[in-house]
Design a protein around this ligand. Structure first.
Ligand code: FES
Length: 114
């Protein structure tokens, strides 16, 4: 068994956030989150987590989460909460979710039904 260099005793995180960083070329049938600024938003959230000193929060870029029309697509586990984010948004409530699990109701992903 390997010794964890960060002193962790078990794998996993208190919360794990995935933000879609997928990019499609101009003219594609579906939009893509990178073109909406997801990779500018991602470092803002990562920096906020560092600033808060939260060691067991992992925020990372994902591939396409297949909710492209509702992007910037984001999901947070273990709650399994899906968000639609924007690159210029106030991230305070998202950081709060990562801290204590409080869902940011204003940013929940909502799908339109036909
Ligand atoms: S491109 Fe982001 S969810 Fe598909």
């Amino acid at each position: 068994m390997a010794i964890d260099p960060k002193g962790r005793k078990s794998p996993g995180y208190d919360r794990h956030m995935f933000i879609c960083g997928h990019e499609r070329p101009t003219g594609s049938a579906r939009p893509s989150c990178k073109n909406r600024g997801s990779l500018e938003l991602l470092p803002r959230i990562k920096q906020a987590i560092r600033d808060e000193g939260l060691p067991s929060i992992r925020v990372q870029k994902s591939g396409c989460l297949d909710f492209c029309e509702n992007g910037i697509a984001c999901v947070v586990y273990p709650e399994g909460t899906w968000y639609t984010l924007s690159n210029d948004m106030d991230i305070t409530s998202i950081i709060q979710h990562l801290k204590d699990g409080t869902v940011s109701t204003d940013n929940l992903m909502k799908l339109e039904s036909e």
